[in-house]
Each structure stands twice: as C-alpha cells, then as structure tokens.
Design a protein around this ligand. Structure first.
Ligand code: HDD
Length: 702
C-alpha cells in the first residue's frame, strides 16, 4: 500500500521537485511516441494544455490548488458524462444506412419518400432490448426494438417499431404499469433484463390482453441469433393520405434479406456469459467486413371497408393482420452500411418519436399509438436536457427547416434578424406555413358515441389471435413456446400467479395449458377464468412461423474452426475456402490466442482463445486436430463443452478423426449433422440450417 505523505518520516528531506513533464513525459514526448501530427490539447475554451498528467500542487508534496482550472474543468465534465438512460429500450446499438424505394405508392400517398423511386434516403436504425438497463446483456429473452429514422426531404420520419407485430397492452394508460412490472422489482433491484419473475407474470395474469404478445415473447422471436436476422414491424395501423386527401390504412414491415434466424434457449442463456455484446459485436463486424445487412420494406394496405370485415379491430394493437388476409407488398429496401463514429453522440443521443411523420402519412386512432405520440417528445426533454435536442446532429433533419422556435437550454443556432414571430410585415424572408406543402391531418369523420374512459367492445377478444399464433407454429416451435412458459413460470415464486396464467392458457390452447401445467408439476388443471368473448378459431397463418421460413444459407454467418499445433494446413485452407465461398467467415479458435504451428510449419494466428470463445458464438463449428492434440483437448473442459454445446444447440459439426476423442468425452453421439471436415460440401449444406431432428435427443421439451 502506498504511504500517505503524512506518514512519511518527517526527517526525510523532500527531493528536489521535478517539473510534471520531467516526471511523466511531456505532451511533446508522448506525441513523438504515438507518431503522427497531433493537435495541441486544449481546454473546452481553447486554452492550450502543457501537462495532462499532473494536477497543480502548492508544493511537490503539498495540497492541490483550487486554482487548477484545467483539473476542475476536466473533472466537472467527467462528472456529467452520463445522461439518464431510456426508461425502456436502454440497451441498444445502431447503424447508419439508407432506404431506397423500389415501387411508388403515389396512388396512396403524397409522401415523397414513398413516391420517388430510386431516391436514397439516409437512415439511422437503432435496435434494442426493452427491459434491461444500458449495461445489461444483448441476448436475454426479450422483445427487440427496431427503430428507423428516415431523414426524408420533407422532414424526419421515425418508424419506432419492434421485432414483434403486436403489443402487450391496448391502451397507453397501462404502459407505465407494464414497464414497472417487467423491469427489475423495485424492492430487490433484480432481475435485470428478464421477464421471468413474479411481477411480470402477475401483471399478465390480471391483464389477459397481454396473452397474444406473451405467445410471441415465449417464441424464438425473442431470442434472435442476430439483429441482422430479425423482422421489424411498425405495429400500429397508420394512414397514407393521397393528393385528393383520401386515406388508406397501412402497416409497415421490415424483412431481413438473410431470413429470420433465432437461437435455441440454452444457447441464448450461455451467450449471456460468453459475450455480453454478442449482437452489437455481430452488427459491427458485419458492417466492418462489408456484409451490409439489408431489409425489404413491405406494406399491408387496406381500406376502412376492408377493416370492417376483419374478425378483429385493427385499431387494437394486440392484433395483427395475417398476411394471408392482407398480403405484403414489398416497396423498398434498407441497407445499413456505416457504423456510427461515436456511440454516445449518435446511438445514445438519438431520439425517436412515432409522431415524426412527413406529409402524406398520418396516424390512426389506435389508443396505444395516440399515447405514444405524446410520450416520446416528453421523455427526450428530460433525457436530452431540453427543447433543443433536435439540433443534436443525429436528430437534426437533413432537409431545410425554418421556424420561430427560439432560445432554451443549449441553443446551438444563432438566429438572425429582428423578427421571431409570425405573421410579421417587417422582414421579407421569414418562414410561413404552406397549405400546399404543409402537413395536413386526415379529415376523419367523427365516430358516434359519447366521450368517456372506455374500451371499445371490439377490443374484448383477448384470446383468439393468441390461439391463432400458437396453432400456426410448427410442432417444434410450439414445444419451444411451451418450454419457455415452463421456464419463466418456474421462476415465479407465487403459486397463485402460476395458476392464474395456466388458467388463461386454456383459452389459448388446452393442450398447451396441459403441457405447461405438467411442466410446472401442477397436480390439477386450474380453473379457466371467464372470457369476455368466446375465443374463435381463426384461420391459421403459416406465415407466422420461423423455423420453416429460415433461409438455407451460410451468407453472413460465422464458422468456428478449432485448431492446435500440428493441424493440417491443407485441410484448414480447404475448409476456409469452402466456407468463405458460401458467404460466411471462419474464425480460428486455438488454446492460445498467439495461434498454432500447422503441420507445414506455418503459423496460424487465432481469432479467439478456446476458453474465451465458446461455440455459442458461432453458427457452426469445425475442428482440424492431430490425434495427439485431440487426446490432449479431450481432458480440457472448454474443448469438451465446445462440442457438447454445439451439438446441443443443433449446430453442424465438422469433426476430424482427431476430434472423436473430445466428442466421446462430451458424450456426443455423432448424427447426420456431424461430418468429416474433408466433406466440405456436406458440411456447408448442414451448416446452412440447424439440425432440428436432433432436438428431441438432446433435451426434453414441454
Ligand atoms: Fe416505446 C422507446 C417501441 C409503446 C414510450 N419504444 C422505444 C423504443 C422503441 C419503442 C423501439 C426505443 C427507441 C430508441 O431506440 O431510442 N414502444 C415501442 C413499440 C410500442 C411502444 C413498438 C408499441 C407498439 N412506448 C410505447 C408506449 C409508450 C412508450 C405505449 C408510452 C405511452 N418508448 C416510450 C418512451 C421511450 C420508448 C418512454 C423510452 C426512450 C425513448 O422513448 O426515447 O418514451
């Protein structure tokens, strides 16, 4: 422990003082070390700094002086480096890119972004988890935010959506309750970033409108493999308004060109330990490598008359419109091709708001949307510190903008002239509103009925679409949902909450309720709660599945290749070539990050060290090991887990003879998805998908 100056022997003579630069090296010396042509460091106000290592001392061993304005400025700024994190969607990651329209919707809207084919509109897209704090992990079971800011020529358009097309609640009035229930419990401060706890399921059990989205939340949609393989949904019905002032309802969809890909639950759990930043690293690496993720942009268009025939109310955000009922029309694409320069300045400070729409797009009366139109601007005022947050570069429009809004905290502009009001006759160039170009609200005829705090009767059916969603899933996906329900409810300590949820599940699907009851070890089936509306058997929607719709491709994915000293250089090169040809990357994993010496004497550096690079981070794994190394690694838990987990997570494995000892140690009985790395063709084919047939052999599903 360092001695404090006071405890030093008083007899000790102070050493002659050296200047700060002599003690730690001056800025000039450091500059020389780093090379390059560095600008002189200054304070915020431009005063050049001579020493950035030492504070100003009264004497060499004496007190620090209050006079040290450089120290005070630096520490003060540091003390204020954080802003309040978002109350929801705090953990996120974002990228720049563009949107390009491929089909004009001029018949339906005047919005130029939806009518000018071929124009590239810049976008900034932020993905997020919902429940966890900014420092939580990337891969919990959670809904993902999918927020796109399009910098159109008529102002910013924000599509603030999720990767699920429905929402938990019908009315914004319940949003604070929902969020309080799902976030960490207020007395104990946990769990972080997860819904598997009493308060969330208590809320669910008392609010049956949540049941449809609960089915989605328990599906594999909430454990995505990559942000690049997620769908995005605008959720609510919006309106498109054409030149004649006519309205058409619209739902917005983003469809990943790489197809949808999810993890299996055990993999998601282990990913939380393997890499907190799994999703943001994946997005960063893909963009850095030039594998720019792309999404098709599609719309569902329907009229008021169409909507009247739907067996649900489209203004209820707990309902979706099956694409079998209203097909999707692909009209554009989004490409993300540029990583932000600075996380705080852009990803943290970006402010989305569903109320940001250009002329030609308008809102529906969805009561959840109506509440959101207020909430986002309001939250930014405190999160970003005042009314001028639209001046932050990532939030500023990229088209001309003029108004009479002035002053306020952190005003960055210097408005000129005498006139800051409208109308005015004193200046010729002041901005004026324009009937021709300006935003016009749809002249919606008024509904019948009296004012009141009411839920329309058309919102009363809470179970039919939950049932439709569940029954539309493949057998395996249904098992995943049942197992997820068992997992989550097993974490609920309050028995009556578990019972109540299983009661509701009977309205969704009685076999599902039975599976969950069995999985929870319930002795008897709990009573069914009364349902306001008898659940209907709606036509099934196979389009809602994901396993069947995964794209058999290796494009954009990553194969882990385990090697050790003596691995065959030829086999490593052949495998790498085949994987790269299939559009994926290979990452070399070895016992030491410095790499290995291959059998031809060449050195192969590793991308990851075995213990710190588990197979969970790869889409498929391969190993090329000399038999002696295989024997050695068979005694290494990290190597055994590498294969056992890859097998359990239904991944293709290319395992050479040398690896068989490790597989044996892990109790892995090779199946059709365990291949010889020399048979690169068979390995690529298997690696393009998961080995779903294997699942019943490796775990018991509910
Ligand atoms: Fe919200 C953030 C998506 C309902 C209030 N929301 C936020 C973000 C996304 C969504 C993606 C993160 C944006 C970003 O990356 O900065 N929210 C949704 C969706 C909803 C929804 C798809 C239902 C369809 N939200 C919703 C309601 C309310 C809010 C009903 C309040 C009445 N949401 C907020 C918020 C946040 C937010 C508190 C937190 C940070 C922020 O806005 O900027 O205002």
């Amino acid at each position: 422990m360092a001695k404090s100056p006071a405890s030093r022997p008083s007899a000790a003579k102070p050493r002659p003082s050296r200047t700060a630069a002599e003690q730690r090296g001056s800025g000039d010396e450091l500059q020389q070390q780093a090379g390059g042509d560095h600008p002189v460091m200054t304070t915020q106000l431009g005063i050049p700094i001579a020493d950035n290592q030492n504070s100003l001392r009264g004497t060499p061993r004496g007190p620090t002086l209050l006079e040290d304005f450089i120290l005070r400025e630096k520490i003060t700024h540091f003390d204020h480096e954080r802003i309040p994190e978002r109350i929801v969607h705090a953990r996120g990651t974002a990228a720049h890119g563009h949107f390009e329209l491929t089909e004009s919707l001029a018949k339906y809207t005047t919005a130029r972004v939806l009518t000018e084919v071929g124009v590239k509109t810049p976008v900034f897209t932020r993905f997020s988890t919902v429940a966890g704090g900014a420092g939580s992990v990337d891969t919990p079971r959670d809904v993902r935010g999918f927020a796109v800011k399009l910098y159109t020529q008529e102002g910013n358009w924000d599509i603030v959506g999720n990767n699920i097309p429905v929402f938990f609640i019908q009315d914004a009035m319940k949003f604070p309750d929902l969020v309080h229930a799902v976030k960490m419990e207020p007395d104990r401060g946990y769990p972080q970033a997860g819904s598997a706890h009493d308060t969330f399921w208590d809320f669910v059990s008392l609010m049956p409108e949540t049941l449809h989205m609960v089915m989605w939340a328990m599906s594999d949609r909430t454990i995505p493999r990559s942000l690049r393989t997620m769908e995005g949904f605008g959720v609510h019905s919006f309106r498109l308004i054409n030149a004649k002032g006519q309205s058409t309802f619209v739902k917005f969809h983003w469809r990943p060109r790489l197809g949808i890909q999810s993890t299996v639950w055990d993999e998601a759990v282990k990913l939380q330990a393997a890499d907190n930043d799994f999703h943001r690293r994946d997005l960063f690496e893909a963009i850095e490598a030039g594998n720019y993720p792309e999404w098709d942009f599609a719309v569902q268009l329907f009229t008021e008359d169409d909507a009247a025939k739907f067996p649900f109310d489209h203004l209820d955000p707990t309902k979706l419109i099956p694409e079998e009922l209203v097909p999707l029309r692909t009209i554009g694409r989004m490409v993300l091709d540029r990583w932000p320069d600075n996380f705080f300045a852009e990803t943290e400070q970006v402010a989305y708001c569903p109320a940001n729409v250009p002329p030609g797009i308008d809102f529906s009366n969805d009561p959840l949307l109506q509440g959101r139109l207020f909430s986002y601007l309001d939250t930014q005022l405190s999160r970003l510190g005042g009314p001028n947050f639209a001046q932050i570069p990532v939030n500023a429009p990229q088209c001309p903008f003029h108004n009479m809004q002035r002053d306020g905290h952190m005003q960055m502009g210097i408005p000129k002239g005498r006139v800051n009001y409208e109308p005015s006759s004193l200046q010729g160039d002041t901005p004026c509103a324009s009937q021709a170009q300006g935003f016009r609200h749809f002249a919606e005829p008024a509904d019948e009925g009296a004012k009141g705090r009411v839920r329309p009767e058309s919102f009363a059916d809470h179970y039919s679409q939950a049932r439709m969603f569940f029954r539309s899933q493949s057998e395996l996906e249904q098992s995943h949902i049942a197992s997820a329900l068992v997992f989550e409810l097993s974490k609920v300590a309050t028995e009556h909450v578990r019972t109540a949820v299983v009661g509701h599940l009977q309205h969704v699907d009685s076999a599902l309720a039975q599976r969950v009851a069995d999985g929870l070890g319930m002795e008897a089936m709990p009573p069914k709660p009364p349902a306001a509306v008898k659940p209907q058997d709606l036509p099934l929607s196979p389009a809602l599945r994901i396993i069947d719709r995964m794209l058999p491709t290796l494009q954009g994915r990553c194969v882990g290749l385990l090697v050790d000293d003596g691995s065959s250089a030829k086999s490593v090169a052949a495998l790498r070539k085949a994987v790269e040809k299939a559009g994926a990357t290979v990452k070399i994993v070895a016992p030491k990050v410095g790499g290995v010496v291959l059998d031809d004497g060449s050195r192969l550096p590793a991308d990851g060290q075995l213990a710190g690079t588990p197979s969970t981070v790869f889409d498929a794994v391969a190993s090329i090991l000399a038999p002696a190394m295989g024997q050695k690694l068979a005694r290494e838990a990290a190597a055994v887990d590498w294969f056992r987990d890859a097998f359990g997570h239904l991944k293709a494995i290319a395992a050479c003879q040398g690896t068989r000892a490790i597989l044996q140690a892990g109790g892995v009985e090779p199946d059709a998805g365990v291949l010889d790395p020399k048979d690169t063709k068979a390995f690529i084919a298997a690696a393009q998908t998961r080995q779903w047939d294997r699942e019943p052999k490796v775990r018991t599903l509910a």
